[in-house]
Design a protein around this ligand. Sequence first.
Ligand code: F6P
Length: 365
Amino acid sequence: MMRTDLPFQLDYPRAWRTYLGGARLDELHGVQRGMGRDGHFPEEWIMSVVAARNSGREDFPEEGLSHLAQTPRITLKSVLESDPAAYLGSTHAAAHGAHPGVLVKLIDSSERLTIQVHPDRETAQRLLGSSFGKTECWHILDGRMVEGEAPCVYLGFREGVTREYWQELFKKQEIPGMLDCLHRYEVHPGETILIEGGVPHAIGAGCFLAEIQEPTDYTIRVERTTPSGFAVADEMCHQGLGFNQMFECFHYQGFSRDAARKKWFLPRRPFPGEQTGDSAQLVGYEDTPFFAMRELRTDGELKVKNERFSGLYVLEGAGTLECKGGILQLNAPGQYFVPAGTSDFVLRAAPAGQLRVLQCFGPRD
Ligand SMILES: O=P(O)(O)OC[C@H]1O[C@](O)(CO)[C@@H](O)[C@@H]1O
């Protein structure tokens, strides 16, 4: 099918969500700045073998799935299933079969997302029969002012919030009260934030970010109407758990503002053992065993050691990727899957340009 020693290009699946956004994604794909449209497709999914879960959109079973750029009827899922060990590595395949165990998204919000939580792995297993939870991590790429408000995120309970109080606020749908229970931080390009399963959160309006996460679409939403007035179906609130059991998905542990920032805002750092210039580790296995993400930057050439499969997202520039299997042209914006069988490679930026690439990894072996 596809070569297992040379990366290949994927398409750009957009997924329907309850919140509005997406103009920035249109711009990334060439629509003139300011002419992109905000709507219910605010996310682009990357190296995805996960279909979006949206009540009422059962007629779109492939929504969110990645396909081959050159042969759009073939899903990445079917390619990986054809030879899991060759594409994903034998250790990974022994643990996870043909599943990469990770999902990546670009998210562009023009309104605040509903206040929500995702289950941790243990809770997902216990309540939903899923072997993955949904710990996630956001890397802020850019932002825009929306109605005079700078981009921000809401994250983690403040000290003293109990399940009883939280459930009471939910019953009354007291949204300002719920937002008040969370820490609010303005965010800036370059920041990276880890959101562990069980931690309540909401992405604010005007955030453009890359998200790496465990590969499920389980979202417990505690707002029954989105900020722009969209009514969220019951099932989309509780994911089949019901309006009482869904509260088991939250971790009722509060932190001070400083402690929460220190715990979940991750430092940008060099990755071990390589001359990487401006490149950086954004989230690593020392932060979570579930995934890792690097930013590769070069205006010349960058040698990259390849020890496992990954997904590349070319955010800026053009150039080439050269490995033993051959040479691949890279262009922004571009999604590429790097099979485990790819040798160490060299990224080369086009003359007088800079290549900026996110490299996304699945779980630690
Ligand atoms: O509830 P909504 O608006 O559909 O948003 C769900 C989105 O929230 C996120 O979990 C980010 O917090 C995304 O992974 C997910 O697609």
